[in-house]
Design a protein around this ligand. Sequence first.
Ligand SMILES: Cc1cc2nc3c(=O)[nH]c(=O)nc-3n(C[C@H](O)[C@H](O)[C@H](O)COP(=O)(O)OP(=O)(O)OC[C@H]3O[C@@H](n4cnc5c(N)ncnc54)[C@H](O)[C@@H]3O)c2cc1C
Length: 557
Amino acid sequence: MSNPEILARHIAIAYGAPELEAASDAAHDQAMVADILHSVSRFADDHLVALNHVGDRVGSRLEQGRVKTPAGHKQAWAAFREGGWLLLDARPEDGGMGLPSSLASAVQEMLDSACPAFGMMPVPIRAALRLIKAFGDPAIQKEWVDPLTQGLWSTTICISEPDAGSDVRRIRTRATQDDDGNWLVTGEKCWISFGDQDITDRIGHCLLAKTEVDGNPDAISLFLVPDRFGDSRNNITVRRVEEKLGLHLSPTCALGFEEATGFLLGEPGRGLQQLFVMIAQMRLATAVQGAGIAARAYAVARQYAAERRQGGSGTIAVVIEDHADIQRLLLQMAGRIETLRGLIHATANALDLTEKSPDQVARDHHAALASWLLPIVKTLGGEVAFSCASDAIQILGGAGYTKEWPVEQCLRDARVLTLFEGTTGMQAQDLLFRRLLGGNGAAFRAFIATARKDAVGCDRLETALDRLEEVALALSAPGVTRRDQEAGATAFLALASDVACGWIGARLESQKTIDPIASHLAAAGQSALQEMDHGLLYQSHSALCGASSISRFGDLI
Ligand SMILES: Cc1cc2nc3c(=O)[nH]c(=O)nc-3n(C[C@H](O)[C@H](O)[C@H](O)COP(=O)(O)OP(=O)(O)OC[C@H]3O[C@@H](n4cnc5c(N)ncnc54)[C@H](O)[C@@H]3O)c2cc1C
């Protein structure tokens, strides 16, 4: 399980923490942070551990057209609401506590560590509140903000359709206006997490639909589509709840909209751009979910390795944690988890400073930095979760493969993290084409400038940053074709991720305080720098191979 003390230390030492503290209106100290994290830890033990088991075995089901969640979910949600943890990072005027997003991420990690499917309900609520505050008209805000803040109502992010996954422009759902100017939405959405449930009184779908704007029939606009008005249901049917590999507690719904009443959010035709307010939060949350799953897998493996006896030369077998290969696996897991956490908290702080920095130059810098880090941290979260779950199974041996132990569930739950909220392939293209080659390279420059400051005295990070710049330059050279770039994009993402982890590693390694947690994090920093060194050559080479790396496709496949 996620350890509150370690999470509290991450919050205290994360990139941007001092600037954020200076810019924040809400006071928080170490004691308050520790208190919140310990309370959430108790809540997770009391409510989520058992729910995670039932949720995985029983799952959410479709019964007479409505989703029924398993026993204990409603009670857990009620206790979560009462704890007041839903909106730690929202502004006080919106019912929140104005605390840093890094604290909200740590709280979220503890939920995800105990029950990652439960954690999927609060995330869209938090993200949708930002969306509604930014783009909802006063009437929408008046109606929705309070019940969402209190967790009485919930929201979904409603984009995907049978013919529109990565390619959002291919959505077919359409919104038209009736004679009174009301918007009516018709179409099919699929894979909508918590698209229906029996926990909250109302669900608002944050939905993309095509509308006609200035003669363009295919402009994409954003709507809030409630599932009900008082006692009457809106024209939305739950067509199916998917059977899937993991996260069974969270119902993944196919929804039919037949002239369902919706409300336009923001400007017509700017739906996708506006929805990015929500998508940025969801991507960070996916990374956090990865850290939570990885932390659980690690905790189980750590304990098992300390108790299971095999091998050794004496009459009594030694505990398997004495074996070098098991130590290697545990080290790898712990190092990756702490580095991922460091990157999550850096990204959360960069996002906060985008809004809270007192001057515009700093706000722009942090916006650019966050936009560089988001595709990296999102992907890394999914990869660390899966690799740690797999390593945990390796440590448990045959037991790890059975349902008697929870690590096989970790592996199943983790697998989707590199798919939803944008697949790794799409994150790679986003990083290369939008963050590096688009926007005049501001996102890339913001990262390089930030990491160079922490590279003073760390030659390994200096070298890695030089290498990343060389590869970036080579990928944008005139003779490089779009196909070359596409072929190298995922390796470039991996390279950028290794270097971002090296940056976090250098920060963790150079902590000033010496105590057990600082030593633990410094050791994790050394692991991150080592992994970066190992990956540098391979990922650089793969990123630059270009289309030649796939030239055998016609012969082999
Ligand atoms: C459990 C679960 C929960 C989900 N929850 C939600 C939700 O709440 N709301 C929601 O709207 N959606 C949700 N989704 C949908 C999810 O966001 C999509 O599955 C995801 O965006 C990928 O789309 P796709 O599955 O159609 O894959 P596709 O787009 O068909 O992609 C298939 C493969 O092709 C690759 N590919 C596609 N296009 C390109 C390209 N141009 N260049 C290179 N490679 C490409 C992809 O990287 C991928 O490897 C959920 C999905 C799951 C499984």
